[in-house]
Design a protein around this ligand. Structure first.
Ligand code: SF4
Length: 194
């Protein structure tokens, strides 16, 4: 690649880096609601910055080894650096709302199911929807971007909050008691996955 293209790519990276969509515009980022724009930016990131792997659940020989060579480390370490903990990975409420809106517009599936299965976020650096379990060569330490409340609520606080709600509901009507039972079951099942 010649110097002209290299400097153009550097400039693009610098312009995009550090800008949160909510600071740039109150509108949803185009790629969250426009499949073609999303695929265009995703394919560009695959080509230029090795976004992948295609299937993070498969060993995909070569993909992780290449990343390990790039970072002069081993495969085990490089696998800890994913979109899900990259500083450009945006899972703030605003952006998640935009992704849901985009999935809704295609009527292809239930947006929450898609979000849960793919663990999607929005890459603020390369402007496309990416999956938490993938990665790319431009991975940035310190992510993801989440709303303050989501980010700093420790697990014990979540559990205490759930317990409080359950206790309040038990004191309420019959309907609320049923809800309390359901919540209690959900709370207990969290221990299974923890
Ligand atoms: S910059 Fe970060 S969030 Fe964007 S594709 Fe690369 S690893 Fe994923």
């Amino acid at each position: 690649m010649n110097n002209f293209f290299n400097s153009k790519m550097d400039l693009k990276g610098k312009l995009l880096l550090g800008k949160k969509v909510t600071e740039v515009s109150s509108k949803c980022p185009l790629a969250t609601v426009d499949v073609e724009d999303n695929i265009k930016n995703r394919d560009w990131t695959i080509k230029k910055f090795g976004y992948g792997p295609l299937n993070p659940d498969s060993p995909d020989p070569g993909f992780w080894e290449k990343k390990a060579n790039l970072w002069s480390t081993n495969v085990e370490t490089v696998k800890t650096a994913r979109c899900g903990n990259c500083a450009a990975f945006d899972q703030s409420d605003v952006v998640i709302g935009c992704i849901k809106k985009g999935i809704n517009e295609t009527n292809a599936a239930d947006p929450q199911d898609v979000l849960d299965l793919a663990n999607l976020g929005y890459c603020q650096l390369f402007k496309f929807k990416c999956a938490a379990t993938r990665t790319c060569d431009a991975w940035l330490h310190g992510g993801p971007i989440k709303d303050e409340q989501q980010k700093y609520m420790p697990e014990t606080e979540v559990e205490n909050e759930l317990t409080n709600i359950v206790n309040q509901l038990y004191k309420a009507s019959q309907t609320h008691r049923k809800q309390a039972n359901r919540l209690e079951m959900l709370k207990n099942s969290m221990g299974v996955y923890g």
